[in-house]
Write a protein that binds this ligand. Sequence first.
Ligand SMILES: [Zn+2]
Length: 214
Amino acid sequence: MLLQNLREQVVEYGRYLYDAHLVGFADGNISARDPESNLVAVKPSGIPWPRIATKDVIVIDVDGNVVDGDLTPSSEVPMHTLFYRRRKDVNGVVHCHAPVATAWGLVNEPIPSIIVNQGLTQGAVKISPYTPPGTEALGEEAFKCMGETGSAIIIQSHGIIAVGRNLGHALHVAFAIEDAAKIAMYCRMIGGDMRPFTEEDYRRMAEGYALKKK
Ligand SMILES: [Zn+2]
């Protein structure tokens, strides 16, 4: 089976997101690129996460053409492939509707830079302006917001995007976004000032979380 290992990863890591309630039913989408062939394994559209089998995962090229698979690929393929075409350092993309992070996007406040695992998000998580789902424009705005080296953004009124050097890394970033969103929310509920992390704090942590780390 073409890209069997990456197809299995899409199934396995999709379950992690589903079990952690970062996605519901069939929402959100994830993909993994094989750097050798430049082909991408991506979630099929509309299939509930717990029902996705390895054979259901679609293989596409970085222009979004289906190479292998019987089902329809995720509607957010234009966003995934835009990141793969423009970021050689990215081999995993996660998009989900993580509830607390998405709420920060709705009130149009970036998640502040406050806890150690935001080394993964590279500090505060910025908000990309709302664009309709499934469009090239969503990918363009997300890329503009994340930039050439970023790893995490919130799409206003929609959800989050996390990228990484592989799918596991992108998933780790996605979990870090939601964790930071929850902790910042709890801080607001408790009251008092949050201690912001400084550039120097992150610089000193960067070794352990570098995007290019093997
Ligand atoms: Zn979505």
